[in-house]
Ligand binder design. Structure first.
Ligand SMILES: NC(=O)c1ccc[n+]([C@@H]2O[C@H](COP(=O)([O-])OP(=O)(O)OC[C@H]3O[C@@H](n4cnc5c(N)ncnc54)[C@H](O)[C@@H]3O)[C@@H](O)[C@H]2O)c1
Length: 361
């Protein structure tokens, strides 16, 4: 699959079940005379980095690795600084390249370092979490968190290649896998009712990590993201639809001090946004129920019992998805179609969250 920008091909997304084709794909990027820094976190690094280094060693000028502690709390400028230092000490120049090997944290941080080191060098994404394969590795959004503000510092910087090897999902912890399904279900909700129903029909195969099913699921998900980012690369219009469930999801993530995973909070956000859409008379109760059923089928964690709803609403105020003080809330018109709604109030959000909580009690 090729991602275009202004009609020009920019990078390919490869869908496969091994790393066998990686040298060939990298050769296309003329790596022969280039240094490569493989950036990874400790969890992924321990399993895959050496293999990737060995695989690419004979194809490039030099290859090294930079591994940092896993987790969102390390997606920050301190780690970027250490990475810059490693690049400087090893004399990386403009022609050299970074490879992000890991989940969304590694991808976002490496992409940001690539966007800023020497005013921008090339980078490749090798996403290894479901969330990164379906979502974060595509579209060129890079960045790090600043204090408690998520993704507050960043840049748009396109990768040169996205290499998706679904077999890496076998080592991904189950909870992380389920979390990634939050973003995938979102794609069906905003763009493709048939895909939404396909997900319903294939729940069992997806949970069993059947290779062909995962490849198909990722092809459709990435294609939806590709179409959206090609039309609106810098989020001035339709790209905002990808934020369905994220205004409330991010607010919950922050309120709970990042104890729940991103995709888990997005899944809750999807349910609350669907309820809000139903309360506004946009979708039917049956549609809302269908959405809840699909999310439930993937066994996301239960809603937190002691969620401080007022605090969640307050936390939506820091959301970057606001335009001049007004929240750009994404609502559903039907399963498969979403739109931006600038009229959603704090009360609307609070009513929706309360209504969902009353239903589950
Ligand atoms: N740039 C974007 O467009 C975009 C979109 C969505 C999310 N994000 C960002 O992505 C991040 C979340 O990504 P994530 O869920 O991948 O988190 P993550 O990168 O922290 O990965 C989750 C956990 O799984 C481990 N892991 C990853 N792949 C593994 C594998 N194959 N085997 C074993 N362990 C593995 C990681 O070490 C980590 O502990 C957030 O920072 C979010 O802001 C970015």
């Amino acid at each position: 699959m090729t991602v275009h920008m202004n009609g020009q091909p920019i990078y390919d997304i490869i869908f496969t079940q091994s790393f066998d084709a990686l040298p060939e794909e990298m050769e296309r990027l003329n790596i022969k005379n280039r240094r490569i820094m493989v950036v990874s976190d400790m969890n992924v690094g321990t399993i895959y980095t050496q293999g990737i280094v060995d695989l690419l060693r004979d194809y490039c000028k030099e290859i090294q690795s930079f591994i940092f502690k896993a987790g969102e709390k390390n997606k920050n400028l301190d780690v970027v600084r250490s990475l810059y230092e490693a690049l400087i000490v090893n004399e990386f120049d403009r022609g050299d390249m970074l490879v992000a090997l890991g989940g969304g944290v590694v991808g976002d941080l490496t992409g940001f370092a690539a966007a800023t080191y020497l005013r921008g060098i090339d980078f490749v994404q090798i996403p290894t979490s479901l969330l990164a394969q379906a979502d974060s590795s595509i579209g060129g959004k890079t960045g790090v968190d600043f204090s408690s503000y998520k993704n507050m510092v960043g840049a748009f910087h396109m990768p040169k290649l996205v290499y998706i090897n679904v077999s890496t999902l076998n080592s991904l912890p189950d909870r992380e896998f389920v979390s990634g399904m939050g973003e995938i279900i979102k794609y069906g909700m905003i763009r493709d009712a048939d895909y939404f129903r396909w997900l319903m029909q294939h729940t069992r195969d997806i949970k069993a990590k059947d290779t062909e099913t995962l490849l198909e699921m990722l092809r459709v998900s990435c294609n939806i993201k590709r179409e959206i980012v090609e039309k609106d690369p810098k989020e001035q219009g339709d790209r905002a639809l990808l934020n369905l469930g994220h205004t409330i999801g991010h607010a919950i993530e922050k309120t709970l001090n990042f104890e729940l995973l991103h995709g888990e909070c997005v899944a809750m956000g999807l349910i609350f946004s669907s309820k809000l859409s139903e309360q506004k008379g946009l979708i039917s109760y049956e549609d809302y129920e269908e959405i809840c059923d699909l999310i439930t089928a993937f066994e996301f964690p239960d809603f937190p019992e002691d969620l401080n709803i007022k605090k969640v609403i307050k936390a939506t105020k820091n959301d970057k998805k606001r335009a001049s003080g007004q929240i750009k809330f994404i609502v559903l018109k039907k399963i498969g179609e979403a739109c931006i709604d600038m009229s959603v109030t704090d009360e609307d959000m609070e009513n929706a969250i309360n209504a969902v909580y009353e239903e589950i009690e």
